[in-house]
Design a protein around this ligand. Structure first.
Ligand SMILES: [Zn+2]
Length: 165
């Protein structure tokens, strides 16, 4: 193992390397520098925003990757508000379970119970039964369909387009 690169043993990198031949839940959005995954969570719409490159700290982002990240956070939040009726989004970045940097982005629903507010929303991942794989595929396609299409997304692949082809 000592000769292995960090990427070789990284689950995020393995999925990215297999694009586009991965389930819809792993490619809700695929852009030049990032992909978005419908996460293994009980909360529909919980996503991971993952850089395609194996980086372990955000200071390693290129300018292009940093710009794309801003667009993703805005557009994903718009999807939550318009498609799911969320008030706003939550954004967290720890990367302790895996060294590969990534954000957890979640819809902040109006009826979120007080015991699940803020960082306690992570109980949806640790205390509850997660969505099935097919449910995660379905929510990925639904959110991809609702993603705002703009000039910056011309080289972006969405889950629905991949499924249809
Ligand atoms: Zn990685």
């Amino acid at each position: 193992m000592s000769n292995a690169t960090p990427e070789a043993s990284c689950d995020f990198c393995a999925v990215t390397a297999a694009l586009p031949s991965v389930p819809a839940r792993e490619r809700l959005y695929v852009g030049p520098g990032w992909r978005v995954r419908a996460h293994r969570s009980a909360l529909p719409g919980w996503t991971l925003v993952i850089p395609k490159r194996h980086i372990t700290s955000l200071d390693e982002l290129s300018d292009d990757e940093a710009i794309e990240l801003g667009l993703i956070l805005r557009d994903l939040t718009a999807v939550y508000v318009q498609e799911l009726g969320a008030l706003k989004s939550y954004v967290q970045q720890f990367a302790e379970g895996t060294p590969h940097a990534h954000f957890s982005v979640t819809p902040r629903m109006a009826d979120l119970p007080p015991e699940r507010l803020g960082a306690k929303a992570s109980l949806y991942n640790s205390a509850d039964e997660p969505l099935s794989e097919s449910e995660r595929d379905d929510i990925a396609i639904r959110l991809a369909d609702a993603w705002p299409r703009g000039a910056h997304t011309h080289d972006v692949v969405f889950a629905r387009a991949e499924v249809a082809s």
